[in-house]
Ligand binder design. Structure first.
Ligand code: ADP
Ligand code: MG
Length: 700
């Protein structure tokens, strides 16, 4: 890929390959859009025409006398790849393929898409699409799309996997006065994808917010890494669509059953520093406020209102968000008392009561914004006869200009309020009817401030025995299915995760001999690839004294055959006992997501994992900080840190085990899912007593 995508958004000359005069055609709509506002030159290319829309038309890109920066391809699918090649041979570096009929149609289309990728690779093309509605960039007046409207100028850049969504948004944004810098319809993402645009806009001084409508990400890891760079100084807001939990259905491990692609999406977007939204309304609410308002220094905010009810609604919404109600400094309260009538208190939310005038709004708003403990404010005004919305808007703009703090408003009136709100818009102050919506926008600013302050550190690299781990994984090739159980405990050992001593025996006498070498009673487990959950069939016995080992061995084997007469029994594991009563059973697991890759899970373990669903997720590899956060953010975290007079467990050891597992699953893409359940967190150390994993031998 050639460096930077500026050539795509700021070209001097654009060729429309497949341009035509034919009414209602895409080729004509594109030409018309380009001729409308573009500062550069739009050149029609079509071997079947001499002129298109009164412009000289060329038979191919190579015949255009001046250099072409971008070729927009709208020819039929059957000749699209040839058209791209011809443009590339003529020296074009950026190509937008509007033509559909590629991978999205399967079969022949998929083959065509491979050909397209090959041409793009050969010529190192920056290629958008295919199956895209095009690209748009307001500074150059470039509308290389077949959307019916041009965007208003602004500093929001927007990428969308749905072209139709762009056309809808353009009309809607125009009504709201929302402007854009660049818009790209990603189409099939054959070459350029969300990572490329997040990267490009992160370095673009004219983009202050990046928006995404994404149905999938092509490379989750690359997305996380690139987005982290960008979101340090440019907010990224993503609306999700079409992410389903289909992945969870095929899973055979606990982690797999809990971790669907929904969880991976949540974890991945969060680790990327993206702000996730559920609705289109929120997408643009957040875009507008992030582009128009400064970030709050603190999460404590003020509510200034002339009506009690809406003030309570705002307060409730603050309670449900990451924000809090600021408590005013004593000096602020004194100043407020001086400007407010006696019957009003000086507390937050600040109720100016029904007869509030514009002056009262100004004095109080100015006073609370001067308080260092106030990060920003919500101003709510219901219509009364004591003030005029236009005057109030002027006062709010004054306060907005005087203080570097975010303001959001709820001018809750009809037409007069709306007209005043348009004046606020000019200063980037968003106005909403619903106080809760105003609070959510303010909250988005606070959330983004926290993201921009994040520090990401590199995952630790432990000294491990990779070869030995590989040997264990390769043992799956001698299996009838691709699952491994406690016979793979060595895998953990190779990666430095502590396990109690244990051995798998095929003979009860040998089992007895091994048990005698261990201190105290042992634990015995059936080992069979046909038995997923050993204790479900009575296949685990704890506290077995030496003299019961022989009989227990035979009982366990009999139970396996009772459960499934032709079950393959690899033997019985004799394992040292771990003092479960002194510790906490946790689960550390991984389920590989098709988009984000290895998704780690940490939670309370044992038999309640799936019922409690008290778990934390991260895409691997994780840093020590992330691993520690996982142990802190589950609801039962206090259990690990010693609740109700119990000793605290060795959380550091758990944190290290998570990191080591993270390294293991990152090193071996062949591991599809893996559970350590339980990893027993003890007062001193953490012991993995059980493992279950699924291996994809083709990835080894
Ligand atoms: P499975 O999950 O297949 O039923 P496990 O090996 O996880 O089998 O054993 C089930 C339960 O038995 C564990 O959750 C734990 O409570 C207990 N257990 C297993 N191994 C040990 C051990 N070495 N020491 C103490 N308790 C154990
Ligand atoms: Mg288990």
């Amino acid at each position: 890929m050639s460096g930077g995508l500026s050539g795509m958004f700021d070209p001097d000359r654009v060729a429309v390959v497949g341009a035509t005069d034919r009414a209602d055609s895409v080729g004509r709509a594109l030409m018309e859009n380009l001729l409308a506002d573009f500062d550069g030159e739009a050149v029609p290319v079509n071997p079947g025409r001499d002129r298109v829309l009164d412009r000289e038309c060329y038979p191919d890109v190579g015949s255009v006398p001046d250099p072409v920066d971008v070729a927009v391809v709208v020819v039929p699918a059957a000749v699209a790849v040839d058209a791209v090649r011809e443009a590339a041979e003529a020296g074009v570096e950026s190509v937008v393929v509007i033509t559909a009929g590629f991978g999205e149609t399967g079969g022949e289309g998929a083959a065509r898409e491979r050909d397209l990728r090959a041409v793009a690779d050969e010529y190192d093309l920056d290629l958008v699409g295919p199956n895209s509605i095009g690209v748009l960039s307001t500074p150059a007046g470039l509308n290389a799309t077949f959307a019916p409207t041009m965007a208003l100028p602004g500093d929001i850049s927007f990428m969308s996997q749905s072209g139709a969504f762009i056309t809808a948004v353009l009309s809607w944004a125009e009504e709201r006065g929302l402007g854009f810098k660049d818009i790209v319809s990603l189409g099939n993402k054959t070459v350029l994808d969300e990572v490329d645009f997040v990267d490009h806009w992160g370095d673009d001084p004219d983009t202050s917010v990046v928006l995404g409508y994404l149905e999938d990400v092509s490379d989750g890891r690359a997305f996380i890494e690139t987005a982290r760079e960008t979101t340090g100084n440019t907010p990224l807001v993503v609306v999700k669509s079409g992410w389903t939990d289909a992945g969870a259905q095929a899973a055979s491990s606990h982690t797999g059953a809990i971790a669907g692609s929904e969880r991976a999406y949540e974890a991945g977007m969060d680790q990327a520093g993206a702000i996730r939204v559920e609705t289109v309304e929120e997408l643009f609410d957040f875009a507008q406020v992030l582009s128009g308002q400064p970030l709050p220094d603190t999460d404590d905010v003020a509510v200034v209102t002339n009506a009690g009810g809406p003030g309570v609604m705002a307060t409730d919404a603050i309670g449900a968000s990451d924000l809090s109600l600021a408590s005013f400094a004593e000096s602020t309260r004194a100043d407020l008392r001086a400007v407010l009538p006696d019957e009003t208190g000086a507390d937050n939310p600040l109720d100016l009561i029904g007869d509030a005038t514009v002056d009262r709004f100004r004095d109080t708003l100015d006073t609370v914004l001067r308080d260092d403990g106030v990060g920003g404010a919500v101003v709510i005004a219901c219509p009364t006869a004591t003030f005029d919305y236009a005057d109030l808007a002027a006062v709010i703009r004054e306060c907005d200009a005087a203080h570097d703090k975010p303001l959001v408003t709820c001018l809750m009136g009809g037409e007069r309020a709306t007209a005043a709100a348009r004046a606020l818009d000019d200063d980037g102050i968003p106005n909403y009817f619903d106080p809760a919506r105003a609070v959510r926008s303010l909250d988005a600013l606070a959330r983004y401030r926290a993201i921009s302050e994040r520090e990401y550190d590199a995952p630790a690299e432990f000294d491990v025995d990779r070869e030995r781990a590989r040997e264990v994984l390769e043992s799956v090739e001698r299996r009838e299915n691709n699952r491994l159980g406690v016979e793979a405990m060595d895998l953990l050992d190779a990666y430095g995760i502590d396990t109690p001593r244990g051995e798998i025996l095929t003979d009860p006498t040998d089992a007895e001999a091994v048990a005698r070498r261990y201190d105290g009673p042992v634990v015995m487990k059936i080992v069979s690839p046909d038995i997923l959950h050993k204790s479900d069939i009575g296949g685990v016995r704890v506290g077995v004294p030496n003299d019961e080992v022989y009989d227990t061995f035979e009982t366990l084997v009999a139970r396996a055959h009772n459960y499934q007469s032709d079950a393959t029994v690899l033997g019985v594991q004799v394992q040292e006992s771990v003092d479960i009563d002194a510790g906490v059973e946790t689960i550390v697991g991984m389920n590989r997501d098709p988009q984000f890759g290895p998704l780690l899970l940490f939670g309370l373990g044992g038999i309640f994992v799936e019922i409690l669903e008290d778990s934390s997720f991260r895409v691997a590899p994780v840093s020590e900080r992330e691993a520690r956060t996982m142990t802190e953010e589950i609801d039962s975290a206090p259990l690990l840190r010693g609740a109700r007079g119990r000793d605290s467990t060795d959380v550091d050891a758990v944190v290290e085990a998570i990191q080591r597992l993270s390294q293991l699953v990152t090193d071996f893409p062949a591991i599809e899912e893996l559970d350590i359940n339980p990893l027993v967190a003890l007062p001193d150390g953490a012991q993995a007593v059980d493992i279950r994993l699924t291996v994809n031998p083709t990835q080894l």
